[in-house]
Design a protein around this ligand. Structure first.
Ligand code: NAD
Ligand code: UD1
Length: 332
């Protein structure tokens, strides 16, 4: 029996593969490298000293996906593969709907044919839209403001519908908050091409000297220092959350949405100062206008993950900043 990890060469997927292998799971990775590189696979092997099967397959290729299922006994799928850039999704809605929705439909069709009815899905806090209050609980109203977010919400619905006629399905919808940091080894992490959109990769590029300062998008939000507040979570904590969700799904059928966050919000300036302190590097910044579509505050109520999965985030903001920098300074 094996766990199929789609998108396992990506940022969160690669860290999850490490945790799965370290826990003794047998894994098969599928990825088309549209947003990752093959050398990640060797790094996962070097960190864990374990081997696994890999398929360079696009989820949009039904025959390729069928081959993975017919050559392996897959008991669960952890489904990371998808396009994830909010701004790009506004420019390229069709690509986003096609890749994320059609890719998942093809995957689920193969699962059904092969009687594999357990899936752990990468959803996002983006499905909460602009929450009226924080911390955010799983039963808050859902809405989205861009095609990327819409694919997540639609996929939550599609995966939930699988259970209605067939109660053998087990569907875990994991709603991630803001994953940052990197594996302690410094071998795997996040290093986006071009100018980063997200805060921590941008801060790292300033630290490396590739960009000369950070633009802080707005300092007039109703938050303690006026800058946006988010729930940053160490990617290794997130990875462990997937292992716990897998263990839960093996024992239960049904559909569960679970927040994976720390429950603590940090502002943009908190991140800048924590990064400076943790790594002893100055991060010059300027206050810039608000970024369209941003909300003031977003952080999780992680109580359900604790109760249901026995999972609580372990790493603090200092470790997240140190590990992010350790990876980027070795790999830029
Ligand atoms: P990532 O881009 O690093 O990883 C995604 C992987 O999927 C990549 O390796 C890419 O090559 C692969 N992929 C994409 N489309 C594919 C296809 N059609 N067939 C095969 N492989 C394909 O992204 P990540 O940050 O690791 O995110 C993983 C998942 O978590 C995504 O679904 C993303 O939407 C979701 N998520 C990410 C964040 C975040 O901040 N990183 C937050 C919330 C949710
Ligand atoms: C983004 C995505 C969201 C996704 C989440 C996790 C957008 C609009 N939303 O959320 O769908 O689930 O990532 O990956 O992209 N900031 C700056 N300067 C920068 C970059 C960011 O001040 O150069 C600020 C932002 O205004 C925000 C905070 O930093 O207050 C975090 O931004 P970012 O890392 O992009 O994440 P989110 O916007 O929370």
């Amino acid at each position: 029996m094996a766990v199929l990890v789609t998108g396992g060469a990506g940022f969160i997927g690669s860290h999850t593969c490490v945790e799965l292998l370290n826990a003794g799971e047998n894994i098969v990775i599928l990825d088309n490298f549209s947003n990752s590189k093959p050398d990640v696979l060797d790094k996962i092997k070097a960190i864990t000293k374990k081997d696994f099967k890999f398929y360079e397959v696009d989820l949009l290729d039904p025959e390729g996906v069928e081959k993975v299922f017919s050559e392996n006994e897959i008991d669960t799928v952890i489904h990371f593969a998808g396009l994830k850039a909010v701004g790009e999704s506004v420019q390229k809605p069709l690509e986003y709907y096609y890749n994320n929705i059609t890719g998942t439909l093809i995957l689920c069709d193969a699962m059904r044919k092969h009687h594999c009815k357990r899936i752990v899905f990468s959803s996002s806090a983006t499905v909460y839209g602009s929450p009226k209050t924080v911390p955010i609980r799983e039963d808050f109203p859902l809405s989205t403001t861009n095609p990327y977010g819409s694919t997540k919400l639609m996929l939550e619905q599609i995966l939930s519908d699988l259970y209605v006629p067939d109660h053998d399905w087990s569907v875990m919808l994991l709603r991630y908050f803001n994953p940052i940091g990197a594996h302690q080894s410094g071998m795997i992490g996040e290093n986006p091409n071009g100018i980063p959109n997200n805060l921590m990769p941008y801060v790292c590029q300033v630290a490396v000297g590739k960009l000369d300062h950070l633009n802080v998008f707005g300092n007039d939000y109703p938050t303690p220092d006026g800058t946006g507040v988010r729930d940053y979570i160490h990617v290794v904590d997130l990875a462990v959350g997937h292992l716990k969700a897998l263990q839960y799904a093996r024992k239960h059928t049904g559909v569960e949405a679970v927040n994976l966050g720390t429950g603590t919000g940090y502002s943009v300036l908190d991140i800048v100062h924590s990064f400076e302190k943790a790594n002893n590097i100055k991060i010059p910044y300027e206050i810039a206008p608000r970024r369209a579509g941003d909300i003031a505050e977003c952080y999780a109520d992680p109580a359900k993950a604790k109760e249901m999965l026995g999972w609580v985030a372990q790493y603090n903001i200092e470790t997240m900043c140190k590990d992010a920098w350790n990876f980027i300074s070795n790999n830029h």
